[in-house]
Ligand binder design. Structure first.
Ligand code: BEZ
Ligand code: FE
Length: 306
């Protein structure tokens, strides 16, 4: 039998490992060293992953369809790609890696998809609730300090949260625009305080491919109740974080894995007397939570929605 001629010196595919080497070699001229290194590692890990998983052709097609569906489900009011990163723990991993808590800095947490620009500006003590929907009042107070302990006066404390039925203003036509959002500034002692309503946990969007995945994994789509904070001051690294309501079961099963141990706040229920300011009769809750910023550059996140 006649043997076929093979070009022995050409770099061609011979086995499953040669694919990886040849792909990496094809990218070796990438001008940016960072892009070269990131893409080289991405190919290495993705190829290793496929060699371990050994998908059938049908499974591989299904995976590509799933990724395409993330794109199709992404539009002005929903980012399914970000949601995928959230429910796989990728967003939290990057947040934890980029927000060291050394020197006592308050841990960061996801910005989330519901941050909006132009929150109303309030004076300390004001109430961010613009409607009369039922829910127990919550009085929040604390101090913003630098890692060396200096109180930071004039620091921005911006907050946003879901309502007692678990909806942000932009998801709920019954809420006034920018309800439960507000910007405050700390006083001479670095202190802030405001009135709100006890927030509820809520589900992440489940009508796209991520909802299908959560279903298949028998996972619920809920985030525990929380208040988002951005705390910023000139000369300090801006803190984007969340403070969680201390409801143990919900905390342990956050669908986005966002609950850092140090971000659990204690909501104290008060059944007698009056609120610490504003003369509101019990029952109500109080929450004391301090923030610590590290020296660095002040910057502000881009709102993911209008
Ligand atoms: C949020 O906290 O607002 C959020 C974070 C990730 C996914 C969905 C919502
Ligand atoms: Fe949220």
């Amino acid at each position: 039998m006649e043997t076929q001629q093979k070009p022995p010196h050409l770099r061609l595919i011979e086995d499953e490992h040669s694919v990886t080497r040849i792909v990496q070699a094809a990218m070796a001229q990438t001008a940016s060293p960072r892009l070269r290194s990131v893409m080289g590692l991405l190919v290495q890990h993705l190829h290793d992953f496929l060699r371990e998983v050994r998908p059938t052709d049908e499974e591989f097609e299904l995976a590509l369809e799933f990724i395409a569906a993330l794109g199709h489900a992404t539009h002005a009011t929903n980012n399914e790609v970000v949601l995928a990163a959230d429910v796989l723990g990728l967003s939290t991993l990057v947040t934890v890696m980029n927000n060291s808590t050394q020197d006592g800095r308050t841990p960061g947490a996801l910005l989330g998809p519901f941050y909006r620009a132009n929150a109303p500006r309030y004076a300390c003590g004001d109430c961010v609730v613009q409607d009369d929907a039922p829910g127990l009042p919550l009085f929040v107070r604390g101090t913003v300090r630098a890692t060396d302990g200096t109180p930071l006066s004039g620091a921005l404390v911006e907050i946003w949260q879901a309502s007692p039925v678990g909806l942000y203003d932009n998801q709920d036509p019954r809420q006034p625009d920018r309800n439960l959002r507000g910007c405050f500034h700390t006083d001479e002692q670095g202190a802030y305080h405001f009135r709100t309503v006890r927030p509820a946990g809520y589900p992440v969007p489940t009508n796209g491919p991520i909802g299908t995945l959560l279903d298949a994994q028998q996972r619920h789509p809920y985030r525990p109740a929380h208040i988002h904070f951005i705390v910023a001051a000139p000369g300090y690294r801006t803190l984007v974080t969340q403070v969680f309501v201390d409801e143990p079961q919900a905390l342990e099963s956050d669908v986005t894995f966002g609950v850092h141990r140090q971000l659990v706040g204690h909501l104290e229920r008060i059944d007698h007397g009056h609120s610490p300011w504003g003369n509101v009769p019990a029952p109500f809750y109080t929450l004391d939570f301090d923030f610590t910023l590290e020296p660095g550059e002040q910057s502000f996140p881009k709102p993911p929605i209008d």
